[in-house]
Write a protein that binds this ligand. Structure first.
Ligand code: ZN
Length: 211
């Protein structure tokens, strides 16, 4: 939703309601990432109209402070960055558990420069994992090609551990790379600019879905 038109948010929420599977909400704090996005008033407004689940991606320090509040907004999925937890000195497995205890699916995220192996100890505690295919913090960046291999490697490890948690990919995702991402093992596709800046957003959603 970071790429939505905030002056006509209702229209873009309705587009997602009708054609997509979930609302991906990027929360940026100006500290963990240099950018600031939007906060509770916007999330609550979207939640009031949303007929698809809310997927809240926290790009913030101390995510554990805000988990309960985003869950109360109606988030069905909440993810946070492993890097944020490590830099805060908090335990990622405990934050995952905290998210689950709110009745919300818990996800762990890493930026493109963090080896996927760093996620392995936490896979059991996660309901999904999110690989950034651009660096967290800004919409509209170009997809990083090494993501395919990272998805493949992570998928193999998830299977090796006998788990089923889906891999979500976020950043520069479009109908041009969704097919190769799906083939590598990705299951949840976050598309911002490719959809909202498309001449025909519905056609782009359908094109991603068909891959
Ligand atoms: Zn995101």
């Amino acid at each position: 939703m970071l790429s939505a038109d905030f002056l006509h948010l209702e229209q873009d929420v309705e587009l997602v309601n009708r054609h997509a599977d979930l609302f991906h909400l990027d929360i940026m704090d100006g500290t963990f990432v240099p950018n600031i996005s939007f906060g509770f008033p916007v999330v609550e407004a979207i939640a009031r109209m949303a007929r698809k689940p809310l997927d809240v991606h926290l790009m913030i320090v101390h995510p554990e402070k805000y988990v309960a509040r985003f869950a109360a907004c109606g988030a069905a999925m909440i993810s946070f960055h492993l890097e944020a937890a490590l830099q805060d000195g908090t335990r990622p497995d405990e934050i995952l558990q905290q998210i689950r205890s709110c009745g919300t699916k818990a996800g762990l995220v890493i930026n493109p420069d963090i080896p996927v192996e760093r996620l392995y100890p936490y896979l059991k505690a996660a309901d999904f994992v999110l690989l950034m295919s651009v660096f967290a913090g800004f919409g509209g960046q170009r997809f990083i090609e090494t993501t395919y291999d990272r998805v493949r490697t992570l998928k193999e490890e998830i299977q090796r551990q006998g788990l089923t948690c889906p891999i979500e990919v976020d950043g520069g995702v479009s109908s041009a790379n969704a097919g190769a991402l799906a083939a590598a093992g990705a299951e949840i596709f976050v598309a911002g600019s490719s959809v909202f800046k498309a001449a025909d957003p519905v056609a782009e959603i359908e094109a991603i879905r068909s891959k």
